[in-house]
Design a protein around this ligand. Structure first.
Ligand SMILES: [Zn+2]
Length: 357
């Protein structure tokens, strides 16, 4: 993919609205990129399958490239008499990171209404002003319950951060929302497009999967990994960066430090033989990488590696500063290291190697 096209794809996916269960706009973007090349299907969970090949029809081992399509956001729980919207979080949010930010609320006519998450002006503030999510509201600029209803606000309306992604040419960083995990979706899109003309030359078959509902408990991946039943899985993620508060020896998710290879997190111990193969491949292809041992968090890999009587699985990540907030940074260089590593792995993998993992 040309650089311009790549930047546009990442921006588009970052901008797409898609809280857990409502990932349709994300799926649409990816589908439009690949459905003239592959068979593309969606299931009732909202998982998207690109080039899914049933077990009987496989001539070679199947590698599943997986990313999640959903983002963290909110949902309207009720509408107050004064038109303010009470909401619940969808996915993990810190109450410290939401007040005074712009959001968009999906209305019954399919349009988004802009709003602000309420906050107390300094003039009226008592104490430190810390507030819990349950005490905040979304203000969409209406003044009564009836007006909110007229505008198409419903109980259950999804709410997403209102952020327009920018690519900063000087620093080669993207500034936007939902890089977790839209960069994963972009990598899968690019790899699948790239394989268009040489899938045959590989010693593996490759399917791309965008799983839904990761942020609410890895739900889509439980279904998608059972449906695909792969022989090997590579999970593409956008893990939180730690280089703003750790030093160069303890930071394991630094921007511009390359693709991040995850050894463990509370949901999975990565197959160590597969991890070694990945590091050897990165060295062979001169791809910059960093390694992490995580004490917290978890990814869809936690579910996937337990399917099909055990699937060798790894998580490769593009570190994202300020994940699960309105605004984050990712580096184009790290994105490209991750993309190159996935392509190199697909080139090097074969049945014999996978058997020995
Ligand atoms: Zn994620």
């Amino acid at each position: 993919m040309e650089k311009f096209e790549r930047i546009e794809l990442i921006k588009k996916l970052s901008n797409a609205e898609g809280i857990s269960g409502f990932e349709d706009n994300v799926l649409e973007i990816v589908k439009n990129q690949v459905n003239d090349i592959y068979n593309v299907e969606r299931d009732s969970m909202n998982n998207l399958y690109i080039n899914n090949i049933s077990k009987e029809n496989r001539k070679k081992p199947l590698v599943m490239l997986e990313a999640h399509s959903d983002e963290v956001g909110f949902m309207v729980q009720s509408i107050e008499a004064n038109g303010l919207l009470k909401f619940v979080p969808i996915g993990g949010w810190s109450s410290q990171q939401v007040q005074a930010h712009k959001v968009k609320v999906l209305t019954s006519n399919g349009k988004y209404l802009k709003g602000i998450i309420s906050s107390t002006p300094v003039h009226f503030l008592k104490g430190d002003g810390k507030m819990e999510l349950k005490d905040m509201f979304v203000d969409v600029g209406v003044f009564s319950y009836d007006e909110a209803i007229e505008k198409g606000i419903e109980i259950g309306s999804p709410i997403v951060p209102d952020v327009e992604c920018e690519y900063l040419e000087d620093s080669k960083l993207f500034l936007g929302k939902a890089f977790d995990d839209r960069v994963g979706c972009a990598i899968i899109t690019e790899v699948m497009k790239d394989l268009k003309n040489h899938m045959e030359s590989l010693n593996v078959e490759v399917s791309g999967v965008l799983s839904s509902q990761e942020e609410v408990g890895l739900r889509g991946a439980i279904v998608s990994s059972q449906r695909v039943c792969p022989d090997l899985a590579i999970v593409l993620e956008a893990p939180p960066a730690d280089d703003t508060f750790r030093n160069k020896y303890t930071s394991q998710g630094g921007l511009r430090n390359g693709v991040q290879i995850r050894h463990i997190d509370p949901t999975m111990i990565a197959n160590p033989r597969f991890v070694k193969f990945i590091k050897d491949t990165a060295k062979k292809y001169n791809i910059k990488y960093q390694e992490t041992v995580r004490e917290s968090g978890g990814t869809n890999a936690g579910k996937i590696h337990l399917e099909n009587l055990g699937i060798p699985t790894v998580v490769l990540g593009v570190p994202t500063r300020y994940a699960h907030s309105h605004h984050g940074f990712v580096s184009l260089e790290d994105y490209e290291s991750t993309l190159e590593l996935v392509k190199a792995l697909l080139k090097e993998l074969n049945e014999e190697i996978i058997k020995n993992f």
